[in-house]
Every structure is written in structure tokens, then in C-alpha cells.
Write a protein that binds this ligand. Sequence first.
Ligand SMILES: Cc1cc2nc3c(=O)[nH]c(=O)nc-3n(C[C@H](O)[C@H](O)[C@H](O)COP(=O)(O)OP(=O)(O)OC[C@H]3O[C@@H](n4cnc5c(N)ncnc54)[C@H](O)[C@@H]3O)c2cc1C
Length: 416
Amino acid sequence: MRYSGLRLLTQAFAGNTGWKPAWRDTAPKSSYDVVIVGGGGHGLATAYYLAREHGITNVAVLERGRIGLGNTGRNTTIIRSNYLLPENHNFYEWSLKLWEGLEQDLNYNAMVSQRGVLNLFHSDAARHAAARRGNAMRLDGIDAELLDRAQVAEFCPLIDLDNARFPVMGGLLQRRGGTARHDAVAWGFARAADRRGVDIIQECEVQGIETEGGRVTALRTSRGRIRAGRVGLAVAGSTSLLAGMAGFEVPIESHVLQAFVSEAVKPLVHAVITFGAGHFYISQSDKGGLVFGGGLDGWNSYAQRGNLPAVEHVFAAGVAMMPALSRLRALRSWGGMMDMTPDGSPIIGLTPIQGLTMTGGWCYGGFKATPGSGWCHAWTIAKGEPHPLNAAFTLDRFRQGRLLDERGAGPFAWAQ
Ligand SMILES: Cc1cc2nc3c(=O)[nH]c(=O)nc-3n(C[C@H](O)[C@H](O)[C@H](O)COP(=O)(O)OP(=O)(O)OC[C@H]3O[C@@H](n4cnc5c(N)ncnc54)[C@H](O)[C@@H]3O)c2cc1C
């Protein structure tokens, strides 16, 4: 069933009785050409692009819970491509271009909103770093603008430019950045993949990975054994557990990252604003709630709930940047399980096991990567080698010392 304005109208007159389930609820078959483990955005996007770009449709996505209930449905929905290193900004720019056509492509309203992302800076050194990053982006044809104090004040009057400790000196703006509706992204990819024949299998936990002669052959799951020609892992904070099942190690730690939503208010924050000095980011949802977050909880965990010290840190940083926030009440908070690499950049590519590929190590920033990661991962599965866009994101780089350390700060964004 295609979605359209006309369809909405006819369904409205028919009492909304004709809608069909967005994807089939399938039972697993005994064998597939490709099995993707993890029904978050990255796994579903991989399956979709395998079918759309490479004609590989005998594919299953196995999800231990319900799709999109991992980090995909828990993030602050920021999309952007404002990175310094060419390996990073070229990949994220490709992802942003996919976002720009995604809703037409999937025939699904993912509420992509290019409202702009403004990164504030608070010192001469940070201005220099922002100018360098913006110039690096512009050299590769990516939009970036350096704003001075007056332009920041005009762009977002709510910001306290004269904070006693971290006065604002300006900001780096990417107007094409913005937000998208996170769970609609999972549902849109699931529906579009299902329409091309992919089986989406929920409540199916992978409990073991079988190999023979160094090649992956099958998965042991809570719903039986499934043979697979190739397997792709897209399990975010569970990557180290799944790699362990296949017999190799990944340099990925799992940490909790929390997010918050305030009570709904009239339009107040029109773009995504980030506070460089305190590590805080904020945007406003279409329902009116302010959506915001900050840094990681400081210790390793597989939990999906947060702790109070991070809450206090985030609120203090938010009020320092926008004192008016102190008048609002926070309604909800939640946590997700982040997959942190030592250099803060992802891994998309081959593993030591033949036929087994992975996309993971997304740290804070994997939501914006969802289409790009799925596209590159699908390419890598189909061709048996990485695309130039993900050629640098190897697992091997940590052994070879070829790190992609965006700010010389590894996974600690605040330590630049
Ligand atoms: C609070 C918070 C804020 C964030 N903000 C942003 C942001 O603003 N912008 C941005 O770009 N990124 C952001 N991120 C990061 C982003 O959400 C993630 O990097 C991205 O969503 C990861 O998607 P995924 O598909 O890899 O993971 P997930 O959505 O977590 O999907 C992985 C899936 O694998 C499944 N799984 C795990 N083990 C198994 C198993 N054994 N068998 C079967 N299935 C299994 C899980 O159930 C899960 O559904 C944020 C994250 C959090 C938590």
C-alpha cells in the first residue's frame, strides 16, 4: 500500500478501516542468503539497501525485541555532517544527502527537518578549531558558516552570550543539518525493506554464531537455528557480545547516554544548538517539548537507564547556555547503550570471520549515520569489500595505529 494525500483522504471517508500492517510479521525460515542481526535503524537500512541497490532480497533482519526500541528510538534525533576529517565528513555528507531524499525514497514521513545545527564556541582556540572545521567542510563542498556574536544573537536570541564563565564568541552553523523523527526512521526502513521481500523477525534473539573453517555458517537463535550465507552485525551497544559469540574481540566499550524532554511550550528553539563548553545540545520537537542531552555516564554498562550525576551536569550546562530553561519542568528521561570506540569513529566493514561484516562503534552519533551506514554496509556485504566511503572505518585500524581521531579527544567530545 503506497501512502499519499489521496490515500489519507479516502481512508478518512472509509473510517480508517482499510489500512494494512506496515510490514509482515514473519516466522524465520531455515536459511537465508543474508541475515542482519539487530533491528535498529542501521540493521533495517542495511537490509533495505541490500534489496534496493544490489537486488539481494532473500534477507532476514533478526531483532531480539521490537524494532527501533534500541538507540534508534532513544536518541535526540540530530542529523548533520559537520566533521573535520575528510573520512568522517565525506561519509556523513553522503548520509545527509540520503536523508534529503529519504522520505520520497521510502514513501514514509520521517519528519526530516533541516532547521540548522549551530555549534557555539567560547574561546579564541575554539573559534580557530571551528573555522578550520568549517573550511575543511567547504573544501569538500559541504555547507558551513562561521557566525560572530551578533549573528548568533540574531539566530537564537535565547542564548546567554555573556555567561560569566563561558561567554559566547560565535558559532559554526550548518544550515542543512537538523532533526528527523527517530522511530519513523525505523518504521520507514522496515516497511520499505518488507515491500522488497525482506523478512523482519522480531522477538528473535541471536544466542550463538556458528563458523566452519573460519567462515560464518549459521546463527543459533531463540527461535531456532538459521543457516546464513552471510551475516551482518548491527547491534550497537551489544557489538562486543556478538563479536565474542563469533570468537573475536572489538575495541568497543558500552556506556549509557541519557536524553531528556521538557514540558511542551510554544516555539522557542528553532534550530539545534550545542554548547561547546559544557557539552549540551538542544532542539524542540514538533509537539513542543525541548529535547536535550549531554555527555555519557562515566562508567561501562549494558543498562538502558541513566544515573543522577549526568542529569545534574546536563541541566547545569543547559541553564548556563539558556537561563530561561530554568523555568521549565523536565517531563521524561531515558538512556541508551552507546558503542564507544577509542577514536570516536565507527567501524563499518569486514571482520576476521569470512562472510561476517559489522557496522558499529557509533558512539554518540549514529542516528545521523543511519542511511549512510546501511548503504555502505549493504555494499560491503554485496561486494565482499568496503566502498571508498567506508574504506577507512576498518576494525584493523586499531591494530595498525591508523586512528580517525576527529578532535584528538577520542570518544570524549568535551575534552577537545
Ligand atoms: C540518548 C541518546 C542520544 C543520542 N543522540 C543522537 C543524536 O542526536 N544524533 C545522532 O546522530 N546519534 C545520536 N545517538 C546515537 C544513535 O542513537 C545511535 O548511534 C544509533 O541509533 C544506533 O543505531 P543502531 O541501529 O546501530 O542501534 P540500535 O537502534 O540500538 O539497534 C540495535 C538493535 O540490536 C538489537 N540486538 C542486540 N543484541 C541482539 C541479539 N543478540 N539478537 C538480536 N538483536 C539484538 C537490539 O535490541 C537493538 O534493537 C544518541 C543515542 C542516545 C542513547
